[in-house]
Design a protein around this ligand. Structure first.
Ligand code: HEC
Ligand code: HEC
Ligand code: HEC
Ligand code: HEC
Ligand code: HEC
Ligand code: HEC
Length: 407
């Protein structure tokens, strides 16, 4: 009994501490990662590798995190020392964190995770993920066509061998060689004697060609899965995924207007003026500096910036009109419904077909979000009996009218 309860106790402590460690990771990423790395590298604050070898104690760290300025003001010698060593940049206070939460963060700092798989590997894996299905299909066709050609070649060779053998035999017997019908002749006479089979084969071939033709026509201009290589290896997985940066932090016009837009490099510099290294090294981030004509050593901008030529992924034809804010703000549709799990993609690709059928299907089945929607509040006040609280689809507000999307 005693042993069981000891084991139970140990287990609870272990579970609790690992729970703290997990919270610690989350809390660190949310609160500390913008200024501290877990390595030697300084960002806004010093790198935290080997922290516990230099600070006075864990208790010291807890009160430091809660309110470092107070400790500096109180003249704590180590606090004053690092404050001065960091050009007197004050660290934010975290009085809202409990002692337990800070202990969790500290234990995460003490045992940082093993370095994650570099993004380059992830890039390859992700980029390969989508087209591989399509590729498998293509490869199969090539293999089949190759096999057919090989069989044909074998047939021709065997025919040649047979012909020279017959020649040899007739030469030996001293009789004239039999008249050759030739391949076409043989085929024609076979078709003449097997009319049912001939009609059937012709039908099959025609049907296959028809199907291929229709499929080809349907997919003209549909680029689902298109994920081009970009001039800078920008990863949504690192930014929107691991670092949890909100989509509209970068694509800010998605909530305001027609286009979502691609952020200017100045937005990148909010972070990359001090984050000069990613999981694959410094080369990719250096491209931002080069484009902005920025010298990271002196932190000065030159006079010859060159724009980065991002490759456009999504592109509706000019004949149609699509508006982001209408869908994101009024329609309250998350980006992921149309763009897929972008935050998991190292290379962003086109998730949806972007055909007219795709737009229409959704308009037929999706209800307009009228409750708790600022966009509709005013309308509701003016026309309270508008829809008697029944759900209404986009179709009913005119979402299938040609002129809404074509003008
Ligand atoms: C706004 C930037 C900023 C944030 C956010 C921040 N720190 Fe700091 N931190 C600093 C700076 C700057 C220093 C250096 C001391 C100074 O100048 O006040 C520092 C120093 C420290 C030190 C002492 C480092 C040493 O080398 O002795 C610890 C420990 C620390 N921070 C932990 C944390 C933890 C834990 C968090 C998250 C809960 C956090 N910091 C969030 C800026 C920040
Ligand atoms: C740190 C800034 C940043 C954040 C955060 C971000 N993006 Fe992007 N996004 C970019 C940049 C830069 C590009 C252009 C390069 C590329 O295509 O990879 C881009 C491209 C895209 C594209 C393709 C654009 C085209 O050419 O058609 C889509 C779709 C997209 N982002 C959606 C999202 C979604 C959804 C989120 C949130 C989950 C998000 N982005 C978060 C910076 C960002
Ligand atoms: C809110 C902060 C933030 C913004 C804004 C931001 N980044 Fe980053 N970026 C990071 C962080 C943090 C890392 C490093 C991640 C790591 O080391 O795990 C990073 C890494 C990178 C890398 C290195 C990837 C690799 O494989 O090594 C590139 C390239 C990059 N960012 C490009 C951009 C571009 C382009 C923009 C602007 C469109 C941008 N970033 C905007 C925080 C940001
Ligand atoms: C209802 C579907 C839908 C939703 C929701 C949606 N998008 Fe889009 N997005 C599209 C379509 C369609 C295009 C192509 C637009 C074009 O080519 O004119 C596009 C294009 C883009 C582009 C390329 C640049 C541009 O503006 O054309 C980016 C970046 C983008 N979307 C980001 C986002 C982000 C971020 C969100 C969420 C805040 C979002 N999208 C929500 C359908 C959607
Ligand atoms: C995921 C579902 C979804 C997809 C996909 C979608 N829409 Fe919509 N769309 C909506 C919703 C919901 C609304 C209603 C927004 C509102 O409340 O005004 C809407 C509204 C509209 C409107 C305004 C209709 C009106 O009567 O006011 C236009 C125009 C429109 N969409 C165009 C498009 C086009 C073009 C595409 C394809 C490129 C598209 N939509 C794809 C959900 C979608
Ligand atoms: C919800 C938005 C929407 C509505 C409503 C809509 N369309 Fe479209 N339509 C599109 C989009 C988006 C495309 C482009 C898709 C593509 O290229 O595959 C398109 C393409 C077309 C094309 C093909 C042009 C080409 O070059 O292939 C024709 C024709 C067309 N629409 C006619 C109509 C007619 C007629 C109506 C009314 C009965 C209508 N559309 C209603 C969104 C819409």
């Amino acid at each position: 009994m005693k042993r069981i309860s000891t084991a139970f106790f140990t287990l609870t402590v272990l579970l609790a501490s690992s729970a703290y460690a997990q919270d610690g990771e989350k809390l660190f990423k949310q609160n500390c990662a913008s200024c501290h790395t877990l390595t030697d590298k300084a960002m806004v604050g010093p790198g935290l590798a080997g922290l516990f070898d230099r600070i006075p104690s864990e208790e010291w760290a807890i009160s430091w995190v809660k309110n470092s300025s107070k400790m500096v003001a109180a003249g704590d010698p180590y606090a004053v020392k690092i404050f001065n060593a960091n050009n007197k940049v004050p660290m934010s206070a975290f009085e809202f964190l409990s002692d337990e939460e800070i202990k969790g963060v500290l234990s995460y700092i003490r045992n940082p995770p093993v370095k994650e798989v570099p993004a380059a590997a992830a890039v390859v894996a992700d980029a390969g993920a989508k087209p591989s299905g399509a590729l498998a299909g293509d490869t199969l066709i090539y293999v089949l066509v190759g096999l057919a050609l090989l069989l044909l070649l074998l047939l021709v060779v065997l025919r040649g061998v047979k012909r020279s053998l017959t020649h040899l035999v007739s030469e030996r017997d001293g009789v004239p060689a039999p008249v050759e019908k030739g391949a076409v002749g043989t085929l024609l006479s076979w078709m003449n004697t097997h009319r049912g089979w001939t009609a059937f084969s012709v039908l099959v071939v025609v049907l296959i060609l028809l199907r291929m033709g229709i499929q080809g026509l349907m997919t003209i201009g549909v680029y689902q899965g298109y994920a081009p290589t970009q001039p800078i290896n920008f990863s949504h997985k690192i930014h929107a995924g691991q670092n949890g940066i909100n989509c509209v932090y970068c694509h800010s016009s998605a909530e305001k207007g027609k286009t979502a837009g691609i952020p200017s490099l100045n937005v990148c510099m909010n972070c990359h003026s001090y984050v000069d290294q990613g999981p694959t090294g410094t080369a990719e981030i250096a491209k931002i500096y080069r484009a902005l004509d920025y010298d990271p050593a002196t932190k000065t901008y030159g006079s010859k910036p060159t724009p980065v030529k991002w490759v456009r992924v999504h592109n509706l034809p000019d004949l149609s009109y699509f508006n982001h804010s209408q869908h994101v703000v009024a329609g309250q549709i998350p980006c992921q419904t149309c763009h897929g799990a972008v935050e998991e993609q190292a290379v962003v690709g086109q998730h949806s077909p972007l055909t007219m059928g795709w737009c229409i299907d959704c308009h037929r089945t999706t209800n307009v979000q009228v409750t708790d929607n600022g966009y509709y509040e005013d309308l509701h006040k003016r026309t309270p009996e508008w829809h008697n609280g029944d759900p209404i689809t986009v179709e009913r507000i005119g979402g299938l009218e040609c002129a809404k999307c074509h003008y």
